[in-house]
Design a protein around this ligand. Structure first.
Ligand SMILES: [Zn+2]
Length: 257
């Protein structure tokens, strides 16, 4: 269920794998995406299961309506009423509020400045990389007082450069924006390495290098891959800051539940 869970100075970074949920094939088992054709009840149950396993209140998880853009939203709580806005990055300074990003080959980027008490999550696929969603999320965190030099990052499971074949012209377009994303598949054909591009953008922003470990979704049977399966589920990456130890709300004027 939970593939990885790191804690850095009270900031939590977690990513899921595809096992341990209630979704049926082809979404089996822990599909967390609500817009991929799966039974909404199964997705709701899976989101509750994953949140409880992580020690989170399922109602305190912020999900985005991701559109491969670069817009970032500052949030102070779950969206109220209706659908989530169309953004590919969210940031918050609210402790205990988890930010979630959905992927199946795209790069989930999870960030936290534990000193400032600010976290961010971004969905960086090939279009988002080129559009600049990574600089956008770092900038939005900065608006809340985060410092790139203090920001810890985790890059979750995504398709690797050895697998992500694209037309030559597309490789050129991506490399023109982010040269480090230029790649070649193991078969020798043009490719894009989105994660390498994300890492390069983070480095240019002054963010310390994240750990190198990297699962390729397309090669891993434990992860969803859009490229491999087309109709498939979505993995989630979560980032949050530990809530105050006594569970009390922070003194911000809002009523405690
Ligand atoms: Zn691969």
């Amino acid at each position: 269920m939970i593939g990885q869970h790191d804690i850095v100075s009270g900031a939590h970074f977690a990513t899921t794998d595809r096992w341990g949920g209630v979704s049926a094939a082809p979404y089996g088992e822990l599909n967390l995406g609500g817009a991929v054709g799966d039974d909404p009840g199964a997705v709701r149950t899976n989101r509750e299961l994953a949140a409880r396993t992580l020690g989170l209140d399922p109602a305190a998880v912020v999900w985005m309506n991701q559109v491969h853009g670069r817009d970032a939203a500052v949030v102070t709580g779950p969206w109220r009423g209706g659908d989530a806005p169309c953004v590919d990055a969210v940031v918050t300074a609210r402790r205990g509020l988890a930010l979630a990003v959905l992927t199946a080959d795209c790069v989930p980027v999870l960030l936290a400045d534990p000193v400032a008490g600010v976290v961010g999550a971004a969905h960086a696929g090939r279009p988002g990389l080129v559009a600049g969603v990574v600089p956008a999320v770092v900038e939005a965190m900065g608006s809340l007082g985060a410092d790139p030099a203090r920001t810890a990052v985790r890059i979750g499971p995504s398709v690797c450069g050895g697998c992500y074949e694209v037309p030559e012209r597309m490789r050129e377009e991506v490399a023109a924006a982010v040269p480090e994303a230029y790649a070649t598949t193991r078969r020798g054909t043009p490719a894009v390495d989105v994660a390498a591009g994300v890492r390069a953008q983070l480095a240019r922003l002054g963010v310390p290098e994240p750990p190198a470990r990297q699962v390729c979704t397309m090669e891993s049977p434990d992860h969803y891959s859009y490229r491999r399966e087309r109709t498939t589920g979505r993995l989630a990456g979560y980032v949050w800051l530990e809530a105050p130890a006594d569970g009390a709300e922070e003194a911000d004027g809002e009523a405690a539940a």
